[in-house]
Design a binder for this molecule. Structure first.
Ligand code: SAH
Ligand code: F3S
Length: 446
């Protein structure tokens, strides 16, 4: 009997989402429960990430540890899923022959069947195909704990940025059916979820269909989600600058549920680098979108991803990036040194920039953005903020912890019966770069 599954997740929120769906799936098919301890698991699953080389290296070192567990308990089933599995396929088993199942981001719904086959036929299973959006038709309704949930609205990416493996590992963009998304969020709301994060590589490229066959755009989808009883807050990630249209900007004026934070990756502020990255827009195009968005929602907090040291990035290119950072006034960023990914067009480009220069640029960028984060946290002092209260504080007795729209953690002196509700508070104290404390509660949701 397989009773316990341990799932290790690497990388992005899409993977976090997929991992929780794997757990739901095996719960339904085999009555398995998720454990946090690999030593006691009957099934060990690794949901891998291949966005950068470092992530990929971790897969085999971790698998080495799992091999030792399997030597002690040969009945353990080991599965590797996610983007490394999708890219490497059968060659995973060449390096790690003790792996029993290899599956991709679009075949994880077949896990129960793979597991059955593995148990009965005693052969290893490899399935990394892209059977369109079949995945969602085979997933059970999600189970949640807490007040926040992720909901996948589209899979894959068709943008083919020259540095990125995602279109190859997750396949091309496919929008999830409109009805399925709404049904899932209604179900989540019935379990007490108050905040949803709509997930996809390019959520604003969403093109679903209504019953009459008409197209539902991302901006329209947001309105429908905002109308669902119980959903008080909507976040989404990631959006692409190219499809950040006026209709989406208008949603920031119409929908109070849409938080005043958006993650809109730009990667670089240099037009030459943006062109070489095949992002298909200039820094000025991006800035124009941001200015319009700020006009629609003046307190918007903006975050981005940056790739530093793209092949042949010059000092001037880097200065352009720093200038864009100053103009946009980012709240935070996820920034990494460019990592050559096999099979992507950029991997063929000659690169003359030294590792030292790349590291130095990255450190400067991070330093700059950290100052912004701190300044924006400090600016919260004395302001009114809407908070979703989520749990009691481990560190401060008598306090609840919640999250502000701009992602800061907020301590609020309140009774536990307010957990799961929205409150408006005044910020009275700044505790750290990401944590503040409320001085008074101004309003409590009925
Ligand atoms: N769909 C998102 C990005 C998904 S990948 C978008 O439109 O931008 C997440 C982030 O990983 C990217 O934004 C990029 O900053 C980073 N990334 C992707 N490939 C990379 C590479 N080869 N080297 C370094 N960072 C990379
Ligand atoms: Fe990757 Fe560019 Fe798509 S970064 S996920 S190819 S938008």
């Amino acid at each position: 009997m397989l009773k316990k599954v341990y799932i290790e997740t690497q990388g992005c929120q899409m993977n976090e989402y997929d991992s929780s769906r794997m757990a739901d799936l095996l719960g339904e098919s085999h009555g398995m429960v998720r454990t946090e301890n690999p030593e006691e698991a009957d099934v060990l699953l690794m949901n891998t990430c291949s966005i950068r080389e470092k992530a990929q290296e971790k897969v085999f070192s971790e698998l080495g540890r799992w091999r030792k567990l399997k030597e002690k308990r040969p009945d353990i089933v080991i599965g590797v899923g996610g983007c490394v599995a999708s890219q490497e396929g059968d060659s995973i088993r060449k390096r790690a022959s003790y792996v029993d199942m290899v599956f991709g981001p679009q075949t994880l719904h077949r896990l129960p069947k793979m597991l059955e086959e593995r148990q009965h036929k005693k052969i290893a299973i490899v399935d990394i195909s892209f059977p369109d959006i079949e995945k969602f038709d085979f997933l059970p309704e999600p189970k949640v704990e807490g007040y926040k949930a992720y909901v996948s609205i589209m899979e894959g990416c068709s943008k083919y940025c020259s540095f990125c493996v995602v279109p190859y590992t997750r396949g091309e963009e496919v929008s999830r059916p409109f009805d399925d998304i709404i049904a899932e969020i209604v179900h989540l709301a019935s379990q007490g979820v108050r905040e949803v994060t709509l997930l996809g590589q390019n959520v604003n490229g969403y093109r679903g269909h209504y019953h009459d066959g008409e197209i539902c755009t991302f901006a329209e989808l947001l309105k429908h989600v905002a109308n669902i009883d119980g959903i008080g807050r909507i976040r989404y990630t990631t959006s692409h600058p190219l499809e950040f249209g006026d209709d989406l900007i208008a949603a920031y004026q119409e929908l109070p549920q849409l938080v005043s934070h958006v993650h809109l990756p730009v990667q670089s502020g240099s037009d030459a680098v943006l062109a070489a990255m095949k992002r298909n827009h200039t820094a000025a195009d991006y800035l124009q979108r941001i200015q319009k968005l700020k006009a629609a929602r003046p307190d918007i907090h903006i975050s981005s991803d940056f790739i530093i040291g793209f092949p042949n990035e010059t000092d001037d290119d880097f200065i352009d990036t720093m200038n864009l950072i100053a103009e946009v006034d980012y709240d935070h960023s996820y920034s990494f040194i460019y990592s050559k990914r096999p099979g992507t067009p950029a991997a063929e480009l000659p690169d003359s920039v030294s590792e030292e220069t790349k590291k130095e640029r990255l450190a400067r960028l991070k330093e700059r953005i950290k100052l912004n984060t701190l300044r924006k946290t400090q600016a919260m002092l004395g302001t009114k903020q809407r908070i979703l209260l989520e749990k009691t504080s481990d560190r401060q007795a008598g306090y609840l912890v919640g999250t502000a729209e701009n992602t800061r953690q907020v301590l609020v002196a309140a009774e536990a019966d307010l957990i799961g509700r929205f409150v408006d508070v005044t910020i009275g104290d700044i505790l750290s770069i990401n944590t503040v404390k409320a001085s008074e509660i101004l309003w409590v949701e009925a």
